[in-house]
Each structure stands twice: as C-alpha cells, then as structure tokens.
Design a protein around this ligand. Sequence first.
Ligand code: NDP
Ligand code: 8X3
Length: 251
Amino acid sequence: MRKTAVVTGATSGIGQATAIKLAENGYDLVITGRRAERLSELEEKLRKIGADVLSLCFDVRSFEQVKSNIGNLSGKWSDIDVLVNNAGGALGKEPIQDGSIEDWDTMIDTNVKGLLYVTKVLLPKMCQNHKGHVVNLCSIAGKQVYGEGNVYCASKHAVNAISKGIRIDALPYGIKVTNICPGAVETEFSIVRFHGDEKKAAATYQGFTPLTANDIADTIYYCVSLPPHVCINDLTIMPTAQADSGHFFKQ
Ligand code: NDP
Ligand code: 8X3
C-alpha cells in the first residue's frame, strides 16, 4: 500500500530532495513552501515519478495559514504516515551584540514556532490513528553552539528539545520521532543566511566536500523505512571533513 508524507520547505535543498526520494520509493506527497512556481515545478516532477501530489503554498510562521492549509486535510491526505518538518533556515552570522532583531524573529518564528504549528495540526490525527513518524530537521547547531551562530543555534536547540518532547508525549500512540542533525550541507541555506551574498555563501563550502541534500534525503528515507519496532531517535550526520561545529579539515 502507498504511504503519504508531508514535507515542509520542499521548494529547495533538503526538503526537495526528500520529496523526490520518497516519491521514488512509493510515497504520495504533500509538499509545502512559499514559492508557488517552485512548488508547481516539483509537483510536475513528482507526478512524472508516479506520485500523487498535493501542493500547498503557505508560510509556516502564520498559524492561520498553517491551519487553513493543512489543518483540515481530507480523504487520503488526512492519513499521514510521515511528517518531515524541514522548513527553516538561518539568517545572519554575527556576534549576538550586533545581531538583527528582524533576523532573530524570522529564525525563531520559522524554525521553532513554524515547526510547532505544523506539528500541532498534524500530530493529533497521527495519535488518533496510532501511526506516524515525525522527522524534525534539527542541526549540529541544535547540539553545539558556535561563534556567531547564537540565535540560529538557540532555535535548533529548541528543535532538539521539541523532538524529545513529542517522543515522550506521543509515546503511548506509537509515534516515532527522528531528530536529524546534519553538519554542513550545500543547499540554498548559506545564500539565505548571508541575505543573497552568493560569494560569501560559496566560501562556506570551500576547501572540503560538504554533504548534499541527497545525502540527507537518503538518510531520512532510511530512517522512515525501518521496521515498526525500530526508531532512530537522533542522528548526527557530518561531512567526513567536519568533526563538529567548529572543526573542519580544509585543504
Ligand atoms: P534551503 O534554504 O535550501 O531550504 C529551506 C526551505 O525552507 C525552502 O524550501 C523554503 O521554502 C522553506 N522555508 C523557509 N522559510 C519558510 C517559511 N517561513 N514558510 C514556509 N517554508 C519556508 O535550506 P536547507 O534545505 O539546507 O534547509 C532545510 C532544513 O535543514 C532547515 O531547517 C535547516 O535549518 C536545516 N539544516 C540545514 C543544514 C545545512 O547546512 N544546509 C544543516 C543542518 C540543518 P520557501 O522559501 O519557498 O518558503
Ligand atoms: C546548518 C549547519 O553548522 O551552519 O544547520 O549551523 S551550521
């Protein structure tokens, strides 16, 4: 029987690669993001692979938008097997004393509150069905704090805590929760972080081989494919050339 997954932030990077990987492996997909054109391009691609697709264009920072878009999914779309809470990112990289309130608000509203809003509307049905797997895109930044990472790290530490919280509260309902913590993955992440400065973004990945979005998609697919009695609670995945948040071997 085909399974259904919701992937937030599917318009680029890890979310997009995960949606494609899941479609290639027999999932139907609810894909979300704010960029409508990218969503429809991806929808077409997923349909060609053979998946049934529902594209929903909204901002996870607005609970009203989250509620009206995915709060009342009906028919087959109301029976979700996998929720990949991926939408998120970093904005800015500077000492906290020089930080931007606007960037802080965006990171907290997206990475923390957005993830909570989406979970809030989808988890009750999963609990009711006694079935479901929540995959949260945390980060190595959710485990360690690095210089100039301050608020992004705080938002991902919150994701780490939320993953643990869902796991405990939804335990009686057989819900799996996997917290994925990647190191450096080359996507649009750094372009967004540096407010469109592509040169600065590219420099982040110079001198070593970063992870790709496909590496993370493969890992997510592995986690959601395990037998019902097996759950990977927490998974840290790094480029071989990165030991932790602060140690890279660059050549
Ligand atoms: P990208 O910038 O490539 O993708 C981010 C995705 O999130 C886009 O699809 C974007 O869609 C979506 N998104 C951002 N803000 C919102 C919003 N307010 N409402 C709805 N969707 C939103 O980055 P990645 O693929 O690298 O990042 C995906 C996740 O992985 C993030 O949570 C990130 O923190 C995490 N991560 C990334 C790492 C990396 O090194 N790249 C490492 C560790 C974790 P749109 O703009 O269309 O709304
Ligand atoms: C993204 C990885 O190291 O830039 O979460 O925080 S890092």
